[in-house]
Every structure is written in C-alpha cells, then in structure tokens.
Write a protein that binds this ligand. Structure first.
Ligand code: PEP
Ligand code: MG
Length: 325
C-alpha cells in the first residue's frame, strides 16, 4: 500500500474529465512542510500559527514570527502557504495572555476577536506575514469571522502594517492574498457579502459543524450528532462555495472533512478547488478524485442534496463510491 501511494505522489489530483483540485497540507510548524511534501502536498492550506505562540513563554516578536513563516513559505517553493493568524482561545489557551476564564470559551474571547482587540499582537503578526511573502507565495487567513466589519478592520490593519513597514525600511510583498476561514454559520450565511472583501474562503468544518449543530466537537457522548454530511452543514458549505464562485474568488476547505474521500467527491461537485488536510490523508483523497468524473460528482451531489439524513447520505456515498478509492 505504501508503494502504491508513493506512486501517486507526483501525479496531479485531477478527475477523469480533467478537473484539477489542489491538495495542500495542514501544519503546526515550518518543520512539518518537508514531511507534507513527501505525501505530495502542493503547499500548505493551513499553517496554524497559534503553535508559534504556544511554543513560546512570551509573545513571539515580529522577527521570531517572520523567521518561522519565511521558513514555511520558502519550503513550499512556488506553492501557496496559507498562514492563519493566531487562533488562541476556545480549545487553545495561552497562559501569558492572561485571559480570564470563561463559561463558554468556544463562544468567547478568541481568535480574531483577540487580534482585533490587541493590535500589539496583531500588527507584528501581519507584518511578519507580509515580509515572509517575499520568499514565495504567502497568504494570510483570519479565523472566526462573523461579519463584514471585522474584515474591513483587518484590511485597515493590513494597510497600517504596510505603512509602518515602509517607515521602518523593511521590505514586504504587496501580493499576499488575504482570505478568511468560513467556520461560523454567520460567515457561511453572509458569504455573498464577505466575498466582496477577500481573496479566498477556506471552510473550517471542525468549528462550522460544531456551531451549526450546537454539538461540542470534543464531546464523545454526542459524537454521533457530529456529522459532516448533516443536511444543514452541507447547505452552508454549498452556499459558501457558490458565493465564492459567483465572485470569482477561490474556495477551499481546511477542516477535517476535507480528508474524507467521500466528502471530497461531494465538495468537488459543489465546485471547491482546494482541500487542505493532514499530509498522510492526501494519497487517499487524491486516489478518489482521480477515480471519478466531475459529472459523476455533480450527479452524486444532486442526489445527496435531496436526502434528509446525514447517516443516509454517508451510507449512500459509501455504496456508490466503495471500491473507487
Ligand atoms: C476548523 O475549525 O475547521 C479548523 C481548521 O480550525 P481548527 O481546527 O484549528 O479550529
Ligand atoms: Mg477552527
């Protein structure tokens, strides 16, 4: 099996009728990039930068961050490297920020909400990403967006970061794409509005499923309710991809769902163009994509969108696609 997957490494993720999907990796440190490339990753779709913060006992400086991001961007070669701005809070506490304990951390002071509140944290991070952009194809992605006004504030801060870098005589890239994670139901619902302000969407299903279904992503007792194929979840995902396509921006996915070969077919049918996952999942997903046509994917999608139960949808895909991967 290992040899079989190794043979796939340099083959593109393309359907039998020529639709190309980019398969990228989720990483926590620049040291993960080399390993990801051995699985055939075409760059990084999610660099969880909070690990740069969690691996330090104090706030990492702009310079520390620049070094980490630059290393990852360089290792990606000409491929994209999507750096997510820090996603602290929720399930990822950070002792040195001294955030008060909360009743509902997943609904609390986390991620972009902290960044927009703490420019002393956010501006150095933005600057580090813009500077790393000189060494390859970097993109910046913000987590936990719920509204247009947040993106407008991010855009102002990106402009401010550029002005400051110019004053400081530091070089940076002017073509770093700025995108958002769509991981709240609000973002998916207003995706036609959000699409006007960003270069891409990346769907974060780990959180999107938990918030849409009100099911804690880590609670084993209700894990049976946590179903990516739940019709409500599928509709939000489809809406998001549709909004991106209508605006001519790209849509990808970086939640766990992207590593499910059956899901990949449905997402392909919806028009997604990038899937980011833990590197070892890449060969299986690639094999599935290479075994179907986009017409087949669209037909399966049409069938699935008529179904009423997530469990039924999963079973149907299993029946139709079993043996194709
Ligand atoms: C997600 O929510 O789907 C995601 C990719 O982010 P994280 O798992 O880091 O919350
Ligand atoms: Mg998330």
């Amino acid at each position: 099996l290992a040899a079989h997957y190794a043979a796939l490494k340099d083959l593109p993720a393309v359907t039998k009728d020529g639709v190309r999907i980019e398969l990228t990796a989720n990483i926590g440190t620049h040291m993960d990039v080399d390993n990801a490339l051995t699985y055939g990753a075409e760059g990084v779709g999610l660099f969880r930068s909070e690990f740069v913060f969690m691996g330090s006992t104090t706030i990492p400086t702009e310079e520390d961050q620049f070094k980490a991001y630059r290393a990852a961007v360089e290792k990606c070669g000409g491929h994209i490297c999507v750096i997510r701005t820090m996603d602290i809070g929720g399930d990822k506490p950070l002792p040195y920020l001294n955030i008060d304990p909360e009743e509902n951390p997943f609904l609390g002071y986390r991620a972009l909400r902290i960044s927009l509140d703490r420019h002393d944290l956010f501006l150095p991070q933005i600057k580090a990403i813009l500077r790393a952009g000189l060494y390859g194809k970097a993109a910046m992605m913000v987590p936990m967006v719920i509204s247009v006004s947040e993106i407008q504030r991010v855009q102002k801060l990106v402009e401010q970061a550029k002005v400051e870098l110019t004053h400081e005589g530091k070089e940076y890239s002017d073509d770093v794409q700025v995108g958002i994670m769509v991981e709240t139901p609000a973002a998916a619902v207003v995706s036609p509005l959000l699409s006007q302000y960003v270069d891409f969407f990346s769907i974060g299903t780990n959180d999107l499923i938990q918030y849409t279904l009100a099911v804690d992503r880590g609670n084993a007792q209700i894990a049976h309710l946590y179903n990516p194929f739940n019709p409500a979840v599928l509709r939000l995902i489809q809406r998001t991809i549709q909004s991106a396509r209508e605006r001519g921006i790209w849509a990808g996915m970086c939640g766990e769902m992207a590593s499910d070969p059956y899901a990949a077919v449905i997402l392909l049918g919806m028009g997604i163009t990038e899937l980011s996952m833990s590197a070892p999942s890449i060969p299986r997903v690639k094999e599935m994509i290479r075994s179907v046509t986009s017409t087949q994917a669209k037909e399966l999608l049409a069938d699935v969108m008529k179904m009423e139960h997530g469990v039924e949808i999963r079973a149907y895909l299993h029946k139709m696609l079993e043996g194709s991967d």
